[in-house]
Design a protein around this ligand. Structure first.
Ligand code: SAH
Ligand code: TYD
Ligand code: ZN
Length: 405
């Protein structure tokens, strides 16, 4: 029986999505025969509350010099990180010559606002191609995986930090105890950790099971985060729900007793009790909702395809890999996936091998239907795709429900 990565209690494994490729494993035809697959199954820990994958591929297979996710590929996220940086500068940096550290800093979408303001900063980003974009922009970045040893090295070279950020990366890291010990080493006594990730409560509520893929080894709740940091003499002092990635939670953490704990934390913990995030029945019902969502989406696509309609996927997101492979969507249903990221274009989607084509092919010859794999960027995308709709095009979305718009 597999054990919880955080507290070692045997996991309640309640569902498998079947054999899955790497979510960001876009590939060329000569690589089809050797494509890597693993079983994507999930469990919840009934002791500490961590929702997690039963098995995760090696980190070097996912995060390397060919990592195809560039944070700057969405304008909406650029605005989000600008606001995030302004909030930190205003509310959390009080010392004379502050120093901030970010892990998973990617192309520098967040840290650029500190670099531009001449604030001492350091990004830790193992995927070299995206780290290089940040380095080329003058953002101080080292390409390595963060852990407690890395934290000691940083302190030796730069001293302790006022703030430590992590956006959409804590949930990628199975060795969380080493990360939290690293934060303890790195932070000044009154320093804060601010991190955000997709929130388990939103995933359950919206049946957004596409948040479950190889990189996301965890989906956090407040109770699981409280447990984890409590083991290291740190505590959750505040939260700020976010709209990003279909519903995320920002957590603010400090050394125990340094700051008062906000009422927002207690209120959200109560909400989690009401949602029964600690009960196995909740996950049984989530499994049924996933199966229902899969069956309705495939029925809709098959029906449209029988009517001879052209359907194209919009945005080759990591999340789409779970949808496409779990639902068995192939080139029989979707002609191609349009995406703006140069290194995804000309390749094929993981597992189902649907061609990924440049955005221009979408706008040159609009399909009848676009299956919106980046529903989290719906506002941004729909605003710029009015012509598609004016010419009779329709959107298909599947979160929170299957809908044709
Ligand atoms: N923060 C960005 C990028 C998120 S993608 C954003 O929100 O858009 C996750 C990033 O974390 C990837 O760039 C990946 O290379 C990086 N990463 C994965 N494991 C890491 C680790 N142990 N330490 C630091 N970064 C890591
Ligand atoms: P995102 O939902 O952030 O990806 P992930 O599921 O991997 O976290 O979406 C980013 C992808 O969507 C990226 O490949 C670029 C693509 N994209 C477009 O093709 N067009 C767009 O207008 C936007 C906003 C994203
Ligand atoms: Zn546990």
């Amino acid at each position: 029986m597999k054990k919880c990565q955080v507290c070692s209690t045997p996991l309640n494994c309640f569902m498998s999505f079947g054999q899955m490729p790497l979510a960001n494993g876009f590939l060329t035809p000569d690589q089809f025969a050797d494509e890597y697959f693993f079983e994507l199954s999930v469990g919840s820990c009934l002791h500490c509350g961590m929702f997690q994958l039963m098995e995760q591929p090696n980190r070097e297979m996912m995060f390397n010099e060919r990592y195809p996710f560039y944070s700057g590929s969405s304008r909406g996220m650029a605005v989000h990180f600008k606001k995030f940086a302004e909030h930190v500068k205003k509310d959390y940096l009080f010392s004379k010559d502050p120093f901030v550290v970010e892990i998973g800093s990617n192309d520098g979408i967040m840290l650029r606002h500190f670099a531009d303001a001449d604030i001492r900063h350091l990004g830790i980003e193992p995927s070299l191609n995206v780290a290089q974009v940040a380095i080329d922009r003058g953002i101080n970045t080292i390409s390595t995986f963060f852990d407690e040893d890395c934290a000691s090295e940083i302190v030796k070279k730069y001293g302790q930090a006022d703030a430590f950020f992590a956006a959409n990366v804590m949930c990628h890291i199975p060795y969380l105890h080493s990360i939290v010990k690293g934060m303890g080493i790195l932070l000044k006594p009154k320093g804060v950790v601010i991190f955000e990730d997709p929130y388990l409560g939103n995933v359950i509520e919206n049946t957004s099971y596409d948040q479950i893929y190889d990189e996301h080894v965890f989906l956090f709740s407040l109770s699981s985060i409280r447990y984890l940091f409590g083991q290291h003499d740190m505590e959750l002092i505040d939260i700020e729900p976010q709209k990003t990635h279909g519903g995320s939670m920002r957590y603010i953490i400090a050394r125990k007793g340094m700051y008062p704990v906000s009422d927002r934390v207690h209120l959200q913990l109560k909400k989690e009790k009401n949602m029964a995030l600690d009960k196995p029945e909740t996950y049984e019902s989530f499994r049924k909702c996933c199966e229902h969502s899969r069956d309705s989406l495939t029925a809709l696509l098959r029906d449209l395809s029988r009517q001879g309609k052209r359907i194209v996927g919009y945005a080759a997101t990591s999340k789409s890999t779970t949808i496409i492979n779990y639902c068995g969507i192939g080139t029989d249903l979707i002609e191609f996936i349009s995406d703006t990221t140069p290194i995804k274009q000309g390749k094929f989607s993981p597992g189902a091998h649907i061609p990924v084509r440049p955005y221009e092919e979408f706008s040159k010859n609009y399909p009848d239907y676009a299956l919106l794999f980046a529903y989290n960027h719906a506002k941004e995308i729909m605003a710029k795709e009015q012509k598609f709709v004016e010419t009779g095009g329709k959107w298909i979305v599947y979160v929170p429900q299957i809908k044709v718009l």
